[in-house]
Ligand binder design. Structure first.
Ligand code: BES
Ligand code: MN
Ligand code: MN
Length: 467
């Protein structure tokens, strides 16, 4: 093990240089113009992995963007770890706010800046380089390792279920590990044990067949923008609770021990608020900020369109308006059920003088880890060794649809080992990766593989679906 760690320490700079090459490929999954780049990103990763003595490296096509699969054998009888990440990245707008161009990665102040550096290429590379270090210094990994790197995470993983079904046998594993989350704060090794789910819809409100003169028709034809604004306003009450009937029906209440544990985290609310730039915190009455983001469901209007957007003034009754609305879900809410309740509510509150249509965009289910499984203690120990500091359990408010899907399909625990930072600017301009975390992440992954080898299989290793 010391040789492996020494190798990681000795190749620090080269690992960063290699990551930079991958980040240069603009694998923006939401933009059809970038589809060839997402493909290029998959091929690039596949060729890097082929250099690491993998038993198999394959690019798996989907109905959308391709995923990369690779597999390394370990000693006979060793457990199998399935590692997941994604190689697609978020769009770059507003482009004017980037200090250095998003696809020309730059190093400043110990950080690597560029789109996808932390979400999620850097975190995938952490595993690739831990794998390389074992292969070069120990001849092979101490466990069987399978790597699946999706190309559609940022667009809702819509083809993931089919991919998992088609490759159920390839993906059989004893443990699952996902590196696509953040740490609690600087230098605090963190194991994320809960993620929220997601239900995402778009609502369309149609009025007249075309824009109308607001002098001739205003006051006599309902304005779809006005109607939509009222509909959106009806989605929360004055206490910041979601006002959709039945929204909280399935929500698992926070247990007193959970609330105590959340409260014991050294969370600096003022620093957190300052990092957002918002003037004040806000949220559901009766809950702390961490509870609101980790363990309570939400509803947010992510975008709204309608009416005249140009310079100056134009007097019209717009023909239509629309809004994109997402809900973050907690155990035991189900995306389909929430979409149904939200749709019914929007139809009910819509005035009869407009037509309303709701489309479901995508969703994912929430995850809560079985932390009494021994693999969580093992993972804690591995990270603490790498960082030289105790590891904390945290939850996060974001969503990774794969996590719950794979956990349900395999019945195996999923380790969320993330090396981002809360203010890493993921999905925003000036995304960055702390290079110290990148390095310690590689060490953590190496210690994790080693610890899991010692834990043993702890599971049957049966395929995703029993044959
Ligand atoms: N890496 C994030 C998930 C995440 C975000 C974990 C924040 C922890 C904290 C992932 O790439 C992501 O952005 N997921 C989307 C999911 C969606 C597109 C289905 C999200 O959370 O909005
Ligand atoms: Mn991600
Ligand atoms: Mn993301």
């Amino acid at each position: 093990m010391q040789d492996v760690i020494a190798f990681i320490d000795a190749h620090r700079q080269r690992f960063v240089d290699e990551l930079v090459e991958w980040v240069r490929i603009p694998s923006v999954s939401s933009d059809p113009k970038h589809a060839p780049d997402v493909r290029k990103s998959a091929d690039h990763l596949a060729s890097r992995l082929r250099e690491l003595d993998a038993a198999r490296v394959e690019v798996w096509p989907t109905a959308g963007h391709p995923a990369v699969f690779a597999e390394w054998p370990g000693p006979p009888g060793a457990p199998t770890l399935l590692v997941y990440g994604h190689h697609d990245v978020q769009p770059i707008d507003p482009i004017g706010e980037w200090v250095s161009p998003p696809f020309e990665p730059a190093i400043r102040a110990g950080r690597l800046w560029g789109r996808g550096v932390v979400d999620d290429k850097g975190q995938v590379y952490i595993h690739a380089k831990a794998i390389e270090s074992f292969v070069r210094k120990a001849g092979r990994l101490p466990i069987h390792l399978k790597l699946i790197v999706e190309g559609e995470e940022e667009v809702g993983s819509v083809n993931l279920d089919a991919l998992l079904r088609d490759h159920a046998r390839d993906l059989a594993a004893d443990f699952v590990c996902v590196s696509d989350t953040a740490m609690f704060g600087r230098g605090i090794p963190s194991l994320c044990v809960g993620l929220r789910g997601l239900a995402y819809i778009e609502v369309f409100v149609d009025g007249p067949a075309t824009d109308l003169h607001s002098g001739s028709f205003g006051g006599a034809i309902l304005n779809p923008v006005n109607a939509l604004a009222r509909m959106i306003a009806s989605l929360h009450d004055d206490d910041g609770r979601v006002a959709v009937p039945g929204f909280y029906d399935e929500v698992a209440a926070l247990r007193p021990e959970e609330r105590e544990e959340v409260a014991s985290r050294p969370f600096d609310e003022r620093e957190w608020l300052a990092s957002t730039g918002a003037p004040a915190p806000w949220g559901e009455a009766g809950y702390s900020t961490l509870e609101r983001t980790w363990a309570r469901p939400t509803l947010d209007c992510c975008g709204i369109a309608g009416g005249f957007q140009g310079e100056g003034a134009k007097t019209i009754i717009p023909a239509r308006a629309s809004a994109k609305i997402s809900c973050r879900l907690v155990p035991h809410q189900e995306p389909d059920d929430i979409v149904r309740k939200l749709t019914e509510h929007l139809r009910r509150v819509a005035p009869a003088a407009v037509r309303v249509r709701v489309e479901s965009l995508h969703g994912g289910r929430p995850y809560l880890a079985p932390t009494d499984h021994p693999v969580y203690e093992v993972a804690k120990r591995a990270f603490s060794k790498a960082f030289g500091k105790p590891t904390v359990f945290i939850r996060e408010g974001g969503s990774i649809p794969f996590v719950r899907t794979i956990a349900d399909a395999t019945g195996k625990p999923c380790l969320l080992m993330g090396f981002g930072q809360p203010d890493e600017n993921a999905h925003a301009p000036n995304e960055w990766l702390d290079l110290e975390n990148f390095h310690l992440g590689i060490r953590s992954a190496a210690y994790l593989y080693d610890e899991i080898a010692r834990l043993g299989r702890g599971g049957s290793g049966r395929p995703l679906e029993s044959e």
